[in-house]
Design a protein around this ligand. Structure first.
Ligand code: ADP
Length: 283
């Protein structure tokens, strides 16, 4: 027999008892570390892993950093952390009496990731959901981000328990949805969209990654996965297109070398500009 649904009245519920419940009326929001001040928090999500969510997070962070903003990246993808490697960061994060101090890239983008805490970066993180989610919360409550204009959060992939808890714990100001061409066909992108919508967080736009490849000889664009459905889906769900990124082996090489910050392509230049325009009104 179906278990009787919990009667949710604000007086009976607590933050702890309602954790993970999408109907909760309790505010699950965690307090930011008292030595941090962050103007805009942008979550980057995808319906599943491996579509380039970290890639897009890092690219937007670098572009806004190049514009002169103070930027940080919170790597909330605890089981597949790839941000430190992209920026060639191997040093471990240290703590002091104020909290955990994030590492910095060459150009001073602040980074926090579970890989900066693990002894060996190839150790698997075999933790259950609540511990994964608590680690992300600690990156919010205990990391001394200091003053940032933008904190980008590389969200846990998918639409399960861990991303849900992160959505409820950190006050996101906007969401960027990353998809691959296949996600657009298989509706995985709609799951990500519906999740953000249910959380009432403004969706800044869609990025299609691995959209096409460009022939290095003749420059012709080849849609590896057939005609893109990006425009169709964007119209259907009423979300702007922020950009399309091809499969680019030169950037993949920079990722592998830990030199991502030196990329020179402009695939997300307009996207960063649009996001900045949305937020500068409030800054
Ligand atoms: P996710 O965060 O969604 O799991 P990643 O950003 O880690 O995915 O990307 C998965 C892999 O694909 C990484 O090795 C990354 O460097 C590579 N990659 C992602 N997007 C591109 C692209 N547009 N061109 C080349 N390589 C890419």
């Amino acid at each position: 027999m179906k278990e009787k649904e919990k009667d949710c009245s604000e007086s009976e519920c607590t933050k702890e008892s309602c954790e993970g419940c999408e109907n909760s009326k309790q505010s699950m929001l965690e307090d930011l570390n008292q030595y941090s001040s962050i103007k805009n928090v942008v979550g980057v999500i995808s319906g599943k892993g491996g579509v380039g969510k970290s890639f897009v997070t890092a690219m937007l962070a670098v572009l806004l950093n190049r514009k002169g903003y103070k930027v940080g990246i919170l790597d909330a993808d605890i089981t597949g952390p790839s941000i430190p490697k992209m920026f060639g960061i191997t040093k471990k994060a240290m703590g002091n009496e104020l909290g955990i101090i994030p590492e910095s890239t060459e150009n001073n983008i602040k980074i926090m990731s579970v890989n900066l805490l693990l002894e060996k970066e190839d150790s698997p993180v075999i933790w259950r959901g609540p511990i994964l989610a608590n680690t992300v919360k600690q990156f919010w409550t205990e990391v001394v981000w200091e003053d940032l204009d933008y904190l980008f959060i590389d969200m846990p992939p998918g639409t399960g328990d861990v991303p849900l808890t992160v959505f409820q714990s950190i006050p996101l100001d906007g969401i960027v949805i990353v998809s691959s061409p296949q996600d657009l066909v298989s509706m995985i992108v709609k799951k990500a969209y519906n999740m953000a919508k249910m959380m009432n967080i403004p969706i800044l736009g869609l990025v299609e990654n691995m959209s096409y490849i460009q022939c290095p000889d003749c420059g012709k664009k080849i849609n590896l996965f057939g005609e893109s459905k990006l425009n169709e889906i964007s119209n259907e769900i009423g979300v702007d297109i922020l950009g399309r990124i091809p499969i680019d082996p030169t950037i993949a090489k920079l990722v592998d070398e830990g030199n991502f910050e030196t990329f020179s392509c402009d695939y997300l230049f307009d996207a960063a500009e649009k996001i900045n325009n949305i937020f500068t009104k409030n800054m």
